[in-house]
Design a protein around this ligand. Structure first.
Ligand SMILES: [Zn+2]
Length: 250
């Protein structure tokens, strides 16, 4: 055979998806400042790359790609950072949710340094803050804002009447009293939904909505993302259930 042309690349990013094939190869998706990158680590499960390419690890990878294959191959991986507390049961579901969310929201090759920075900050927050659920809610809305997919809060999603205050069970936006079928949002939830995208992360973090109001916010986010983005598979398991009494873990 003649000389095969390899394209090699060095990238640094966070593992947001990891799938082990029956062959033992691992397919990973990284979120990097240059966009999303999908690559295969051949024989990965048995190789030294396996433990480095774990979910939520920040890794530097060297990949190569032949003209015949559409998937880059990981040649080397170096661990650049890990957040071990993300393995804790009260944090892991939120980290997983953020990773699924980023995967659905951002396209391969789409350049977004800001998205990477925001996602990395979200993971750090989920790893370190005392209220990882609140971090995940705030950062999910901030990521939506960055992607330019923002729920409408100024007008009823059904009839267009101004200043809606009720949940929209179909589209995850907001409805006026005349169109509503669910109870009105409490004041703090209303304030959050109207301001979260515009406010800074810090301002949002400083004004957490009470635990009892969060299931409705998660439901709205889940509906909105399902309708507008799609492709987020694990919401059903990950979004906290309202049936779980607040404080039951204590
Ligand atoms: Zn209406």
């Amino acid at each position: 055979m003649g000389a095969v042309k390899y394209r090699t690349a060095n990238r640094s990013g966070i593992v947001i998806r990891r799938r082990v094939l029956p062959s033992g190869d691992i397919i990973v998706t990284l979120l990097t400042p240059q966009g999303k990158l999908k690559a295969i680590a051949r024989g990965g499960v048995r190789g030294p790359l396996a433990s480095r390419l774990n979910l939520f690890h920040h890794v530097g990878v060297q990949t190569y790609q032949t003209p015949q294959s559409d998937l880059a191959t990981v040649r080397q991986a170096v661990l650049e950072g890990a957040l071990p507390t993300l393995a804790e049961p009260e944090r892991h579901p939120f980290a997983h949710l953020m990773a699924e969310f980023a995967d659905a929201l951002f396209q391969e090759g789409e350049f977004s340094e800001q998205a990477f920075d925001l996602f990395a900050a979200a993971l750090r927050g989920v790893a370190r803050q005392s209220d990882p659920e609140w971090v995940a809610l705030v950062m999910s809305y901030k990521l939506l804002g960055l992607a330019g997919i923002v729920p409408q809060t100024a007008r009823c999603a059904r009839c267009g009447a101004p200043d809606p205050e009720y949940p929209d069970p179909v589209g995850g936006q907001m409805l006026c009293a005349a169109c509503a079928s669910l109870p009105v949002y409490p004041p703090q939830s209303l304030d959050f939904l109207r301001g979260v995208v515009r406010r800074t992360v810090r301002a949002n973090m400083d004004a957490p909505v009470p635990l009892s109001e969060r299931p409705a916010l998660w439901r709205a986010l889940e509906r909105f993302v399902t309708v507008q983005v799609g492709g987020v598979h694990s919401w059903r398991q990950l979004v906290p259930s309202e049936l779980e009494p607040a404080g039951a873990a204590g």
